[in-house]
Design a binder for this molecule. Sequence first.
Ligand code: UMA
Length: 442
Amino acid sequence: MWYPIAGGHYFVLGLGRTGLAAIRWLQQQGAESVLAWDDQATTRAQAQSLNVQLTDQIPWTEVRACVQSPGIHPDHPLAREAIAADVPIITDFDLFHRHYATFQTIGITGTNGKSTTAALMHHILQSAGNPTLLGGNIGIPILSLDPEDMKWGVWELSSYQLELSKNLDLDVAVWLNLQPDHLDRHKTLAAYQAAKQKIFNGVKRGIVLGIDDPCLEELSKTLQGVPLIPISVKQSVGIYSKDGWLFDTIFERGKRVLCLDEYLRLRGEHNHQNIAAAYAVSRLLGLSVATIAQGIASFPGLKHRQQWVRQIGDIIFINDSKATNVDAAARALACFDDIYWIIGGLAKQPGIEALAEYFPKIRQAFLIGDAQDNFANVLSGSVPYTKCGTMKVAVEQAYARAKAAKEKAIVLLSPACASFDQYPNFEVRGDDFCTLVQQLGE
Ligand code: UMA
Protein backbone atom coordinates (compact mmCIF):
# COMPACT_ATOMS: atom_id res chain seq x y z
CA MET A 1 0.00 0.00 0.00
CA TRP A 2 1.36 3.43 -0.91
CA TYR A 3 -0.88 5.21 1.62
CA PRO A 4 -0.86 6.43 4.48
CA ILE A 5 2.16 8.70 4.26
CA ALA A 6 3.44 8.68 7.84
CA GLY A 7 6.35 6.31 8.39
CA GLY A 8 6.82 5.54 4.68
CA HIS A 9 9.75 6.02 2.31
CA TYR A 10 8.88 7.85 -0.94
CA PHE A 11 10.76 8.53 -4.14
CA VAL A 12 10.09 11.80 -6.01
CA LEU A 13 11.10 11.81 -9.69
CA GLY A 14 11.64 15.33 -11.08
CA LEU A 15 12.58 18.43 -9.10
CA GLY A 16 10.52 21.06 -10.90
CA ARG A 17 7.47 22.77 -9.41
CA THR A 18 5.59 19.50 -8.89
CA GLY A 19 8.49 17.60 -7.35
CA LEU A 20 9.52 20.33 -4.93
CA ALA A 21 5.96 20.80 -3.67
CA ALA A 22 5.57 17.01 -3.31
CA ILE A 23 8.76 16.73 -1.25
CA ARG A 24 7.68 19.48 1.16
CA TRP A 25 4.19 17.99 1.49
CA LEU A 26 5.44 14.42 2.09
CA GLN A 27 7.78 15.73 4.78
CA GLN A 28 4.95 17.70 6.43
CA GLN A 29 2.77 14.58 6.43
CA GLY A 30 5.42 12.65 8.34
CA ALA A 31 7.09 10.53 5.65
CA GLU A 32 9.99 8.60 7.18
CA SER A 33 12.26 9.64 4.31
CA VAL A 34 12.08 11.17 0.85
CA LEU A 35 14.49 10.19 -1.91
CA ALA A 36 14.55 12.30 -5.06
CA TRP A 37 16.14 12.50 -8.49
CA ASP A 38 16.33 14.89 -11.42
CA ASP A 39 18.36 14.24 -14.57
CA GLN A 40 19.67 17.82 -14.55
CA ALA A 41 22.75 18.19 -12.35
CA THR A 42 22.08 21.92 -11.89
CA THR A 43 18.55 21.22 -10.64
CA ARG A 44 19.88 18.59 -8.24
CA ALA A 45 22.42 21.08 -6.96
CA GLN A 46 19.63 23.60 -6.28
CA ALA A 47 17.77 20.95 -4.25
CA GLN A 48 20.71 20.29 -1.90
CA SER A 49 19.12 22.34 0.88
CA LEU A 50 16.04 20.12 1.04
CA ASN A 51 16.15 17.35 3.57
CA VAL A 52 16.16 14.64 0.88
CA GLN A 53 18.54 12.00 -0.35
CA LEU A 54 19.39 12.79 -3.97
CA THR A 55 20.05 9.48 -5.68
CA ASP A 56 19.19 7.36 -8.71
CA GLN A 57 20.11 4.16 -6.86
CA ILE A 58 16.68 3.49 -5.39
CA PRO A 59 16.14 0.77 -2.75
CA TRP A 60 12.84 -0.18 -4.39
CA THR A 61 11.86 -2.82 -1.82
CA GLU A 62 11.68 -0.08 0.83
CA VAL A 63 9.84 2.56 -1.22
CA ARG A 64 6.04 2.90 -0.96
CA ALA A 65 5.53 4.91 -4.16
CA CYS A 66 7.27 6.82 -6.92
CA VAL A 67 5.79 10.32 -7.24
CA GLN A 68 6.43 11.21 -10.87
CA SER A 69 6.37 14.73 -12.34
CA PRO A 70 4.08 15.20 -15.35
CA GLY A 71 6.82 16.30 -17.74
CA ILE A 72 8.74 13.04 -17.26
CA HIS A 73 8.00 10.36 -19.82
CA PRO A 74 6.39 7.14 -18.55
CA ASP A 75 9.31 5.26 -20.14
CA HIS A 76 11.93 7.04 -18.04
CA PRO A 77 14.45 4.40 -16.84
CA LEU A 78 13.61 5.01 -13.15
CA ALA A 79 9.88 4.72 -13.89
CA ARG A 80 10.57 1.40 -15.56
CA GLU A 81 12.56 0.25 -12.55
CA ALA A 82 9.62 1.19 -10.31
CA ILE A 83 7.21 -0.82 -12.44
CA ALA A 84 9.56 -3.81 -12.52
CA ALA A 85 9.80 -3.66 -8.72
CA ASP A 86 5.99 -3.40 -8.38
CA VAL A 87 6.23 0.06 -6.82
CA PRO A 88 3.19 2.20 -7.75
CA ILE A 89 3.81 5.29 -9.85
CA ILE A 90 1.55 8.08 -8.61
CA THR A 91 1.12 11.82 -9.08
CA ASP A 92 0.65 14.83 -6.85
CA PHE A 93 -3.09 14.58 -7.69
CA ASP A 94 -3.23 11.00 -6.38
CA LEU A 95 -1.62 12.10 -3.12
CA PHE A 96 -3.94 15.10 -2.72
CA HIS A 97 -7.15 13.24 -3.58
CA ARG A 98 -6.38 10.24 -1.39
CA HIS A 99 -5.41 12.45 1.55
CA TYR A 100 -8.26 14.98 1.29
CA ALA A 101 -10.83 12.45 0.10
CA THR A 102 -13.92 14.51 0.95
CA PHE A 103 -12.66 17.77 -0.56
CA GLN A 104 -14.80 18.71 -3.56
CA THR A 105 -12.99 19.08 -6.86
CA ILE A 106 -13.62 20.08 -10.45
CA GLY A 107 -11.12 18.92 -13.09
CA ILE A 108 -10.86 20.57 -16.48
CA THR A 109 -9.01 19.23 -19.50
CA GLY A 110 -8.96 19.77 -23.26
CA THR A 111 -6.40 20.59 -25.92
CA ASN A 112 -7.27 24.29 -25.77
CA GLY A 113 -9.12 26.57 -23.40
CA LYS A 114 -8.52 24.62 -20.21
CA SER A 115 -6.54 27.37 -18.45
CA THR A 116 -9.12 30.04 -19.26
CA THR A 117 -12.01 27.77 -18.26
CA ALA A 118 -10.31 26.77 -15.00
CA ALA A 119 -9.55 30.39 -14.11
CA LEU A 120 -13.06 31.48 -15.08
CA MET A 121 -14.62 28.67 -13.01
CA HIS A 122 -12.44 29.61 -10.06
CA HIS A 123 -13.41 33.26 -10.42
CA ILE A 124 -17.14 32.53 -10.63
CA LEU A 125 -17.04 30.38 -7.48
CA GLN A 126 -14.90 32.88 -5.57
CA SER A 127 -17.04 35.86 -6.54
CA ALA A 128 -20.12 33.91 -5.46
CA GLY A 129 -18.60 33.78 -1.96
CA ASN A 130 -17.15 30.24 -2.06
CA PRO A 131 -13.48 30.04 -1.02
CA THR A 132 -11.94 28.06 -3.89
CA LEU A 133 -8.47 26.75 -4.78
CA LEU A 134 -7.03 26.90 -8.30
CA GLY A 135 -4.19 24.57 -9.27
CA GLY A 136 -2.62 22.03 -11.60
CA ASN A 137 -1.30 22.62 -15.11
CA ILE A 138 -2.15 26.32 -14.81
CA GLY A 139 1.22 26.61 -13.04
CA ILE A 140 0.31 25.92 -9.41
CA PRO A 141 1.27 22.46 -8.08
CA ILE A 142 -1.69 21.26 -6.06
CA LEU A 143 0.43 20.03 -3.17
CA SER A 144 1.43 23.64 -2.54
CA LEU A 145 -2.25 24.35 -1.72
CA ASP A 146 -4.02 24.03 1.62
CA PRO A 147 -7.66 22.90 1.38
CA GLU A 148 -8.48 23.85 4.97
CA ASP A 149 -11.39 26.33 5.10
CA MET A 150 -11.82 25.97 1.32
CA LYS A 151 -15.03 24.81 -0.31
CA TRP A 152 -13.86 23.78 -3.78
CA GLY A 153 -10.76 22.98 -5.78
CA VAL A 154 -10.59 23.72 -9.50
CA TRP A 155 -7.81 21.80 -11.28
CA GLU A 156 -6.49 22.33 -14.77
CA LEU A 157 -5.39 18.87 -15.92
CA SER A 158 -2.99 18.14 -18.78
CA SER A 159 -2.76 14.86 -20.68
CA TYR A 160 0.61 14.32 -19.00
CA GLN A 161 -0.92 14.61 -15.54
CA LEU A 162 -3.90 12.45 -16.47
CA GLU A 163 -1.78 9.76 -18.13
CA LEU A 164 0.19 9.20 -14.92
CA SER A 165 -2.73 9.52 -12.48
CA LYS A 166 -4.75 6.72 -10.93
CA ASN A 167 -8.40 7.33 -9.93
CA LEU A 168 -8.94 11.07 -9.62
CA ASP A 169 -12.46 10.75 -8.15
CA LEU A 170 -13.37 14.28 -9.21
CA ASP A 171 -16.78 15.67 -8.34
CA VAL A 172 -17.18 17.22 -11.79
CA ALA A 173 -15.04 16.44 -14.86
CA VAL A 174 -14.89 18.80 -17.85
CA TRP A 175 -13.39 17.86 -21.23
CA LEU A 176 -13.56 20.75 -23.67
CA ASN A 177 -12.11 19.55 -26.97
CA LEU A 178 -9.56 17.27 -28.61
CA GLN A 179 -7.19 18.14 -31.43
CA PRO A 180 -3.78 16.59 -32.17
CA ASP A 181 -1.19 17.90 -29.67
CA HIS A 182 1.69 16.51 -27.62
CA LEU A 183 2.10 13.70 -30.14
CA ASP A 184 5.84 13.69 -29.46
CA ARG A 185 4.92 12.20 -26.08
CA HIS A 186 1.73 10.25 -26.77
CA LYS A 187 2.66 9.13 -30.33
CA THR A 188 -0.93 8.67 -31.55
CA LEU A 189 -4.15 10.65 -31.24
CA ALA A 190 -5.78 7.53 -29.77
CA ALA A 191 -3.16 7.38 -26.99
CA TYR A 192 -3.57 11.12 -26.32
CA GLN A 193 -7.34 10.62 -26.10
CA ALA A 194 -6.92 7.61 -23.80
CA ALA A 195 -4.74 9.68 -21.46
CA LYS A 196 -7.33 12.47 -21.31
CA GLN A 197 -10.19 10.03 -20.84
CA LYS A 198 -8.78 9.12 -17.42
CA ILE A 199 -10.37 12.36 -16.18
CA PHE A 200 -13.61 10.35 -15.86
CA ASN A 201 -12.17 7.68 -13.53
CA GLY A 202 -14.33 7.74 -10.40
CA VAL A 203 -16.18 10.98 -11.30
CA LYS A 204 -19.04 11.53 -8.83
CA ARG A 205 -21.47 14.34 -9.71
CA GLY A 206 -21.35 15.06 -13.42
CA ILE A 207 -19.48 15.31 -16.70
CA VAL A 208 -19.38 18.36 -18.97
CA LEU A 209 -18.26 17.40 -22.46
CA GLY A 210 -17.56 19.51 -25.56
CA ILE A 211 -19.16 17.59 -28.40
CA ASP A 212 -17.93 19.67 -31.35
CA ASP A 213 -15.02 17.31 -32.03
CA PRO A 214 -16.36 14.10 -33.64
CA CYS A 215 -14.41 11.77 -31.35
CA LEU A 216 -15.86 13.46 -28.25
CA GLU A 217 -19.37 13.33 -29.72
CA GLU A 218 -18.85 9.59 -30.20
CA LEU A 219 -17.56 9.31 -26.65
CA SER A 220 -20.64 11.14 -25.30
CA LYS A 221 -22.82 8.23 -26.49
CA THR A 222 -20.92 5.74 -24.37
CA LEU A 223 -20.68 7.53 -21.01
CA GLN A 224 -22.96 6.31 -18.23
CA GLY A 225 -23.38 6.52 -14.49
CA VAL A 226 -23.38 10.28 -13.85
CA PRO A 227 -25.30 13.15 -15.50
CA LEU A 228 -23.69 14.20 -18.79
CA ILE A 229 -23.99 17.82 -19.97
CA PRO A 230 -22.99 18.30 -23.61
CA ILE A 231 -21.73 21.76 -24.58
CA SER A 232 -21.45 23.09 -28.13
CA VAL A 233 -20.80 26.17 -30.24
CA LYS A 234 -22.01 24.44 -33.41
CA GLN A 235 -25.08 22.36 -32.55
CA SER A 236 -28.25 23.27 -30.65
CA VAL A 237 -27.68 20.62 -28.01
CA GLY A 238 -27.26 20.67 -24.23
CA ILE A 239 -25.78 24.06 -23.34
CA TYR A 240 -24.84 25.84 -26.54
CA SER A 241 -23.99 29.23 -28.04
CA LYS A 242 -25.78 30.71 -31.02
CA ASP A 243 -26.11 34.23 -32.43
CA GLY A 244 -24.27 35.82 -29.48
CA TRP A 245 -26.34 34.06 -26.80
CA LEU A 246 -25.93 31.05 -24.54
CA PHE A 247 -28.90 28.67 -24.52
CA ASP A 248 -29.63 26.09 -21.81
CA THR A 249 -31.71 23.01 -22.61
CA ILE A 250 -30.63 21.21 -19.41
CA PHE A 251 -31.62 23.48 -16.53
CA GLU A 252 -33.75 26.15 -18.29
CA ARG A 253 -35.80 24.26 -20.92
CA GLY A 254 -33.96 25.79 -23.87
CA LYS A 255 -34.14 29.44 -22.74
CA ARG A 256 -31.36 31.87 -23.65
CA VAL A 257 -29.51 32.59 -20.44
CA LEU A 258 -26.45 34.78 -21.12
CA CYS A 259 -25.73 37.51 -23.66
CA LEU A 260 -22.23 36.48 -24.78
CA ASP A 261 -21.52 39.67 -26.72
CA GLU A 262 -21.36 41.55 -23.39
CA TYR A 263 -18.20 39.73 -22.31
CA LEU A 264 -15.50 41.64 -24.22
CA ARG A 265 -12.61 39.84 -22.51
CA LEU A 266 -14.00 36.49 -23.61
CA ARG A 267 -14.45 37.11 -27.31
CA GLY A 268 -14.63 34.44 -29.99
CA GLU A 269 -16.26 31.07 -30.42
CA HIS A 270 -13.59 29.29 -28.38
CA ASN A 271 -14.30 31.57 -25.40
CA HIS A 272 -18.02 30.96 -25.82
CA GLN A 273 -17.27 27.29 -25.39
CA ASN A 274 -15.27 28.09 -22.23
CA ILE A 275 -18.22 30.10 -20.90
CA ALA A 276 -20.62 27.25 -21.73
CA ALA A 277 -18.44 24.85 -19.73
CA ALA A 278 -18.14 27.17 -16.72
CA TYR A 279 -21.89 27.85 -16.84
CA ALA A 280 -22.67 24.11 -16.96
CA VAL A 281 -20.44 23.32 -13.97
CA SER A 282 -21.82 26.27 -12.01
CA ARG A 283 -25.39 25.09 -12.57
CA LEU A 284 -24.44 21.54 -11.53
CA LEU A 285 -23.11 23.06 -8.29
CA GLY A 286 -26.34 25.00 -7.74
CA LEU A 287 -25.37 28.58 -8.70
CA SER A 288 -28.03 30.85 -10.18
CA VAL A 289 -27.88 32.39 -13.67
CA ALA A 290 -27.54 35.88 -12.17
CA THR A 291 -24.59 34.85 -9.97
CA ILE A 292 -22.85 33.18 -12.91
CA ALA A 293 -23.43 36.24 -15.13
CA GLN A 294 -21.89 38.52 -12.50
CA GLY A 295 -18.87 36.24 -12.19
CA ILE A 296 -18.25 36.12 -15.94
CA ALA A 297 -18.65 39.89 -16.31
CA SER A 298 -15.99 40.59 -13.67
CA PHE A 299 -13.48 37.96 -14.94
CA PRO A 300 -10.22 39.80 -15.65
CA GLY A 301 -8.91 37.31 -18.25
CA LEU A 302 -5.60 35.47 -18.30
CA LYS A 303 -2.06 36.53 -19.04
CA HIS A 304 -0.69 35.29 -22.37
CA ARG A 305 -4.15 34.33 -23.73
CA GLN A 306 -5.24 37.11 -26.07
CA GLN A 307 -4.10 39.49 -23.37
CA TRP A 308 -4.69 43.15 -24.21
CA VAL A 309 -1.26 44.73 -23.65
CA ARG A 310 -1.32 48.30 -24.92
CA GLN A 311 -2.95 50.66 -27.39
CA ILE A 312 -0.93 53.27 -29.29
CA GLY A 313 -3.23 55.39 -31.42
CA ASP A 314 -5.25 52.94 -33.50
CA ILE A 315 -2.87 50.04 -32.94
CA ILE A 316 -3.71 47.45 -30.30
CA PHE A 317 -1.07 44.97 -29.10
CA ILE A 318 -2.26 41.50 -28.08
CA ASN A 319 -0.14 38.88 -26.30
CA ASP A 320 -1.30 35.36 -27.16
CA SER A 321 1.99 33.61 -26.36
CA LYS A 322 0.06 30.63 -24.96
CA ALA A 323 -0.89 29.73 -28.55
CA THR A 324 1.77 27.05 -28.85
CA ASN A 325 -0.04 25.18 -31.61
CA VAL A 326 -1.90 25.93 -34.82
CA ASP A 327 -5.32 25.34 -33.35
CA ALA A 328 -4.82 27.88 -30.58
CA ALA A 329 -3.45 30.43 -33.07
CA ALA A 330 -6.53 29.87 -35.25
CA ARG A 331 -8.73 30.88 -32.34
CA ALA A 332 -6.94 34.22 -32.01
CA LEU A 333 -6.82 34.86 -35.76
CA ALA A 334 -10.58 34.25 -35.91
CA CYS A 335 -11.19 37.04 -33.35
CA PHE A 336 -9.34 39.90 -35.07
CA ASP A 337 -8.96 41.67 -38.41
CA ASP A 338 -6.13 43.75 -39.96
CA ILE A 339 -3.50 41.69 -38.21
CA TYR A 340 0.24 42.26 -38.05
CA TRP A 341 1.12 38.75 -36.98
CA ILE A 342 4.22 37.75 -35.00
CA ILE A 343 4.66 34.03 -35.48
CA GLY A 344 7.36 31.38 -35.07
CA GLY A 345 9.41 29.40 -32.60
CA LEU A 346 9.67 25.64 -32.61
CA ALA A 347 7.11 24.38 -35.14
CA LYS A 348 4.71 21.53 -34.41
CA GLN A 349 2.50 19.34 -36.56
CA PRO A 350 0.19 20.20 -38.24
CA GLY A 351 1.97 23.13 -39.88
CA ILE A 352 0.58 26.61 -40.51
CA GLU A 353 -0.86 25.49 -43.88
CA ALA A 354 -3.89 24.65 -41.71
CA LEU A 355 -4.35 28.39 -41.04
CA ALA A 356 -4.75 29.35 -44.74
CA GLU A 357 -8.38 30.42 -44.29
CA TYR A 358 -7.19 33.25 -42.03
CA PHE A 359 -4.43 34.50 -44.37
CA PRO A 360 -6.68 37.21 -45.95
CA LYS A 361 -7.00 38.83 -42.48
CA ILE A 362 -3.25 39.20 -42.14
CA ARG A 363 -1.64 42.40 -43.42
CA GLN A 364 1.86 41.14 -42.80
CA ALA A 365 3.62 38.35 -40.90
CA PHE A 366 6.79 38.83 -38.83
CA LEU A 367 8.68 35.58 -38.50
CA ILE A 368 10.86 34.57 -35.56
CA GLY A 369 12.83 31.59 -34.32
CA ASP A 370 13.61 28.16 -35.66
CA ALA A 371 10.50 27.94 -37.87
CA GLN A 372 10.99 31.17 -39.80
CA ASP A 373 12.37 29.72 -43.07
CA ASN A 374 9.76 26.98 -43.14
CA PHE A 375 6.93 29.47 -42.46
CA ALA A 376 8.27 31.86 -45.09
CA ASN A 377 7.89 29.07 -47.67
CA VAL A 378 4.29 28.44 -46.62
CA LEU A 379 3.30 32.14 -46.62
CA SER A 380 5.09 32.95 -49.86
CA GLY A 381 2.63 34.26 -52.47
CA SER A 382 -0.26 34.55 -49.96
CA VAL A 383 0.89 36.82 -47.12
CA PRO A 384 3.68 39.44 -47.15
CA TYR A 385 6.27 38.53 -44.56
CA THR A 386 9.52 39.70 -42.97
CA LYS A 387 12.07 37.35 -41.46
CA CYS A 388 12.89 38.99 -38.12
CA GLY A 389 14.73 36.29 -36.16
CA THR A 390 14.08 37.75 -32.71
CA MET A 391 11.06 39.09 -30.87
CA LYS A 392 12.69 42.52 -30.52
CA VAL A 393 13.05 42.97 -34.27
CA ALA A 394 9.56 41.55 -34.86
CA VAL A 395 7.89 43.96 -32.41
CA GLU A 396 9.72 46.97 -33.84
CA GLN A 397 9.03 46.02 -37.45
CA ALA A 398 5.37 45.15 -36.84
CA TYR A 399 4.79 48.46 -35.07
CA ALA A 400 6.61 50.43 -37.80
CA ARG A 401 4.51 48.83 -40.55
CA ALA A 402 1.23 49.17 -38.68
CA LYS A 403 1.97 52.82 -37.91
CA ALA A 404 2.92 53.58 -41.51
CA ALA A 405 -0.43 52.16 -42.72
CA LYS A 406 -2.29 54.79 -40.62
CA GLU A 407 -5.28 52.53 -40.09
CA LYS A 408 -6.78 50.51 -37.26
CA ALA A 409 -4.62 47.44 -36.69
CA ILE A 410 -3.82 44.61 -34.31
CA VAL A 411 -0.24 43.59 -33.58
CA LEU A 412 -0.77 40.01 -32.50
CA LEU A 413 1.78 37.66 -30.98
CA SER A 414 0.15 34.27 -31.57
CA PRO A 415 3.15 32.11 -32.44
CA ALA A 416 1.54 28.72 -33.27
CA CYS A 417 4.80 27.22 -31.99
CA ALA A 418 6.52 26.05 -28.85
CA SER A 419 8.91 28.58 -27.34
CA PHE A 420 11.83 26.36 -26.39
CA ASP A 421 14.16 27.40 -29.23
CA GLN A 422 14.49 30.91 -27.75
CA TYR A 423 12.77 30.91 -24.33
CA PRO A 424 12.42 28.57 -21.32
CA ASN A 425 8.61 28.62 -21.71
CA PHE A 426 5.69 30.52 -23.27
CA GLU A 427 5.31 32.74 -20.18
CA VAL A 428 8.82 34.19 -20.58
CA ARG A 429 8.17 34.64 -24.32
CA GLY A 430 4.92 36.54 -23.60
CA ASP A 431 6.58 38.67 -20.92
CA ASP A 432 9.34 39.56 -23.41
CA PHE A 433 6.70 40.67 -25.92
CA CYS A 434 4.89 42.78 -23.30
CA THR A 435 8.12 44.44 -22.14
CA LEU A 436 9.14 45.26 -25.72
CA VAL A 437 5.68 46.68 -26.46
CA GLN A 438 5.80 48.85 -23.32
CA GLN A 439 9.20 50.17 -24.45
CA LEU A 440 7.88 51.38 -27.81
CA GLY A 441 7.75 55.15 -28.10
CA GLU A 442 4.47 56.76 -29.12
N1 UMA B 1 13.16 15.99 -15.86
C1 UMA B 1 13.99 14.89 -15.67
N2 UMA B 1 14.02 13.93 -16.63
C2 UMA B 1 13.26 14.00 -17.76
C3 UMA B 1 12.41 15.12 -17.93
C4 UMA B 1 12.38 16.11 -16.95
O1 UMA B 1 14.68 14.79 -14.66
O2 UMA B 1 13.34 13.08 -18.60
C5 UMA B 1 13.12 17.02 -14.83
C6 UMA B 1 13.56 18.39 -15.33
O3 UMA B 1 14.97 18.51 -15.28
C7 UMA B 1 12.86 19.35 -14.38
C8 UMA B 1 11.65 18.54 -13.91
O4 UMA B 1 11.79 17.21 -14.37
O5 UMA B 1 13.64 19.72 -13.28
C9 UMA B 1 10.44 19.23 -14.53
O6 UMA B 1 9.29 18.50 -14.27
P1 UMA B 1 7.99 18.87 -15.11
O7 UMA B 1 8.34 18.97 -16.56
O8 UMA B 1 6.94 17.91 -14.74
O9 UMA B 1 7.69 20.37 -14.67
P2 UMA B 1 7.08 21.02 -13.36
O10 UMA B 1 7.90 22.21 -13.06
O11 UMA B 1 6.86 20.04 -12.28
O12 UMA B 1 5.70 21.57 -13.97
C10 UMA B 1 4.61 20.66 -14.17
C11 UMA B 1 3.96 20.97 -15.53
N3 UMA B 1 4.94 20.80 -16.58
C12 UMA B 1 4.75 19.91 -17.58
O13 UMA B 1 3.81 19.17 -17.63
C13 UMA B 1 5.79 19.86 -18.65
C14 UMA B 1 3.43 22.40 -15.54
O14 UMA B 1 2.71 22.60 -16.76
C15 UMA B 1 2.47 22.59 -14.36
O15 UMA B 1 2.05 23.93 -14.35
C16 UMA B 1 3.16 22.22 -13.06
O16 UMA B 1 3.65 20.87 -13.13
C17 UMA B 1 2.23 22.30 -11.85
O17 UMA B 1 1.19 21.35 -11.93
C18 UMA B 1 3.36 23.45 -17.73
C19 UMA B 1 3.27 22.84 -19.11
O18 UMA B 1 4.05 23.22 -19.98
C20 UMA B 1 2.68 24.82 -17.80
N4 UMA B 1 2.34 21.92 -19.37
C21 UMA B 1 2.15 21.34 -20.69
C22 UMA B 1 1.21 22.21 -21.54
O19 UMA B 1 0.40 22.97 -20.97
O20 UMA B 1 1.27 22.09 -22.77
C23 UMA B 1 1.53 19.95 -20.55
